[in-house]
Design a protein around this ligand. Structure first.
Ligand code: GTP
Ligand code: MG
Length: 257
C-alpha cells in the first residue's frame, strides 16, 4: 500500500492541524485554538518537569555534602512524578474549577511532586530546614503529619515550595510538592494506599483499624531506631581535629558520583 496522508499514523495534534487546514471560518479558528491550548499544556508540563529536576538536585546536593561531612546519607531515595493528565482533570473537577491553563497554575500545586525517603525522623526536619533556608526557595504551605498524624495514622512532612526555573528567554516560578518521610512511614503509606484504591474489600473496617495500630508501631519504631543511632554515635571516640580533617580528605578523594 502506498504511504499517503490518509494512512500515515498521526498524533492528536497533527490530526487537529489537518482538520483546521481543511476547515474554514469558525471551525478553523476553533481547531487552531485547541491546538494552541495543547501546545501550551505540553509546554507547561515540560516546565513542571524542569522544576522537579531543580528540587531533586537540591536534595542530591544536600545528601552529598552531608555524606562527605558526616559519612552518612540522610536520604535513602528520591522519587519524582508529574501528576497524570487524568488526575489533574479529576482534581479540578472535584474542586469545581473549570479547566484552563490559568486555573491549573492557580489551583493545582501538586503537578510536580518529589518524595524524599529518609532513614531517620530527625533527618526529615534537617532536610526540610536546610532546603527552606535556600534563598531561591519560597515556602507556600507546610503540613506536618508527623507531629500531627492523620486520623488513619498517615505520617509525612509535606511542603509546597516555589522554585525558580531559568529558560532561554524567561524565568518561571513553579510550585513543587515535597513529601519527606522515613522508610517505615513510606512502607506504611504504600500499603494504606493500596487499600484505599481497592473497592469492596471485605472486613475493610478491621483492616483500617489494623493499619492505625500499625502506624502507631511504625512511629515507635522510628523513635527507637533514632535513639539507637544516637547511642552508637555517642559511643564513638571523640576524634581529634586532625583526624576529622584526614577523614574528610579521604572521603573527598573517593569518586563523587
Ligand atoms: P490531594 O488532593 O490528594 O493532593 O490532597 P491535599 O491537597 O489535601 O494534600 P495532602 O497534603 O493532605 O496530601 C497530598 C498527598 O499526600 C496525597 O496525594 C498522597 O500522596 C499523600 N497522602 C495524604 N494523605 C494520605 C493518606 O492518608 N494515605 C496515603 N497513603 N497517602 C496520603
Ligand atoms: Mg496530591
Amino acid at each position: 500500500m502506498e504511504e499517503n496522508d490518509e494512512y500515515r499514523p498521526v498524533g492528536g495534534g497533527a490530526e487537529i492541524l489537518r482538520f483546521a487546514r481543511a476547515a474554514s471560518g469558525d471551525v478553523m479558528d476553533e481547531a487552531r485554538r485547541l491546538l494552541e491550548a495543547m501546545v501550551g499544556y505540553k509546554e507547561l508540563r515540560m516546565m513542571y518537569s524542569c522544576a522537579l529536576k531543580e528540587v531533586r538536585t537540591k536534595f542530591e546536593v544536600l545528601n552529598m555534602e552531608f555524606n562527605v561531612r558526616h559519612r552518612r546519607n540522610p536520604i535513602s531515595s528520591i522519587n519524582t512524578r508529574l501528576k497524570s493528565n487524568q488526575s489533574i482533570m479529576e482534581k479540578m473537577r472535584r474542586r469545581s474549577v473549570p479547566f484552563s491553563l490559568e486555573n491549573l497554575q492557580k489551583h493545582i500545586q501538586d503537578v510536580a511532586g518529589v518524595r524524599v525517603i529518609c532513614s531517620y525522623v530527625d533527618d526529615i526536619y534537617l532536610l526540610s530546614e536546610t532546603l527552606l533556608r535556600q534563598d531561591d526557595i519560597a515556602l507556600l504551605a507546610r503540613k506536618d503529619y508527623i507531629r500531627h498524624p492523620k486520623p488513619n495514622g498517615y505520617r509525612s512532612l509535606h511542603l509546597i515550595v516555589r522554585v525558580p526555573v531559568f529558560f532561554a528567554d524567561q524565568k518561571r516560578e513553579l510550585p513543587v510538592e515535597v513529601q519527606i518521610r522515613t522508610i517505615a512511614m513510606d512502607f506504611w503509606a504504600s500499603l494504606e494506599h493500596q487499600m484505599k484504591y481497592k473497592q469492596n474489600i471485605p472486613e475493610q473496617e478491621a483492616i483500617v483499624e489494623q493499619l492505625r495500630l500499625c502506624a502507631q508501631r511504625v512511629s515507635e519504631l522510628d523513635e527507637e531506631m533514632m535513639s539507637i543511632r544516637s547511642r552508637i554515635e555517642a559511643a564513638k571516640d571523640n576524634p581529634s581535629q586532625d583526624d576529622v580533617l584526614l577523614e574528610r580528605l579521604t572521603h573527598l578523594e573517593a569518586p563523587l558520583d
